[in-house]
Design a protein around this ligand. Structure first.
Ligand code: G3H
Ligand code: 13P
Ligand code: ZN
Length: 350
């Protein structure tokens, strides 16, 4: 089975009222962990690679690993997504490589740090949408800026400085025609999201709810959605790590988002924590070991557990076999005919 369109996967999620985790990968073991979790929970899958991941793994390795996953698990729909594309060229090369979806993160300049103007964001995103839709490829845009500097992405800060303005979100969706829209509601990338235990709501859910009401057909995306579980932090610190005390996004907040139009939930940090904790444990408890399989197997298993849990919590579990996977050519035709147009003016006039 070839890789599937992310647009189809998210449209189906909207129909079924569930969310789909988008998990970052850099190597074979992470792909295996996701696929085993998907098989166990019967979940559709979004696998995403950042620019750093493409560089680390090398494009051709990454692509063929993805094809291997599609070949080994034909019953599971798998979309492959470029996470945080920083330029037209990054998105174009991802499409040429065979990704079925790209994110053009035009909220930041090419350096991935400096916020752009609204007009700059519209212009670059529109260009990517034109190019991608002509080829049947899905596009995610971003409006508003996430926080988080410690792990290399975003403009820094707490995540509350550049909350998405609903009016701008509507104008952005209208002028770009994106399939999915990442919005900033107070999350940030990496392990250090909140400095105290969240009591009650920590995110701007009212903003999310308003955007969904006004853009019912644009799939909303939550970045920075790791929950940074205390148990995973503890394992790392118990075996010689030095993580500072920190809190992530409560799963209940994500579930509230899913009830209000969130269809794609980005998770990377939780898996990084699970892998690192498992490796540290083996190396500390059995320092005589030196076969990488002795620590990569538990690491892969630890990530699989986290992914399976999230798939269940996001509601995608059980939905892998709900629909027939459409060829990308069918999706291309849908864009060309206007049937897949989600711009609010078009949706409102249907
Ligand atoms: O958005 C951030 C993801 O966690 C990917 O991070 O650029 O370090 O691969 P990365
Ligand atoms: P986390 O760092 O919270 O896992 O977020 C990942 C992400 O948003 C990738 O785009
Ligand atoms: Zn992100």
């Amino acid at each position: 089975m070839p890789l599937v369109s992310m647009r189809q996967l998210l449209d189906e999620a909207a129909k079924g009222g569930y969310g789909v985790g988008a998990f970052n990968v850099n190597n074979m073991e992470q792909i295996q962990a996701i696929m085993e979790a998907a098989k166990e929970t019967k979940s559709p899958v979004i696998i995403q690679a950042s620019r750093g991941a493409r560089q680390f793994a090398q494009d051709r390795y990454l692509y063929h690993l993805m094809l291997a996953a599609a070949e080994l698990y034909p019953e599971i729909p798998i979309a492959m997504h470029q996470d945080h594309g920083n330029s037209f060229e990054t998105c174009k090369s991802a499409i040429e490589l065979g990704f079925t979806s790209v994110m053009m993160d035009g909220s930041l300049k090419e350096d991935g740090k400096t916020p752009t103007t609204f007009e700059e964001n519209v212009e670059i995103t529109r260009r990517v949408v034109d190019y991608a839709h002509e080829r049947g490829i899905t596009v995610e845009g971003e409006i508003g800026v996430l926080g988080g500097v410690e792990d290399g992405h975003g403009a820094g800060g707490t995540g509350l400085e550049h909350i998405t303005d609903p009016d701008q979100a509507v104008e952005f969706a209208e002028r770009t025609g994106v399939d999915a829209l990442a919005i900033a509601i107070g999350t940030s990338h990496g392990a250090y999201k909140f400095t105290k235990k969240p009591d009650g709501s920590v995110l701007k859910m009212d903003v999310l709810i308003e955007i969904h009401k006004r853009l019912p057909k644009t799939h909303l995306v939550m970045h920075g959605s790791s929950s940074v579980p205390k148990e995973l932090q503890d394992i790392i610190n118990q075996y010689g790590g030095k993580l500072k005390e920190t809190w992530g996004v409560p799963v209940e907040e994500i579930q509230l988002g899913i009830r209000n139009g969130v269809r794609k939930i980005n998770v990377d940090t939780d898996n990084r924590l699970a892998i690192t904790g498992a490796i540290r444990k083996v190396l500390v408890e059995t320092p005589e070991k030196f076969d990488p399989r002795d620590y990569m197997k538990p690491a892969r298993e630890a990530m699989k557990k986290v992914v399976a849990l999230r798939m269940t919590q996001f509601g995608q579990a059980g939905h892998a076999g709900d629909y027939k996977q459409l060829p990308i050519e069918e999706i291309r035709k849908g864009y060309a005919s206007g049937a897949l147009d989600t711009r609010p003016s078009v949706v409102g006039s249907r």
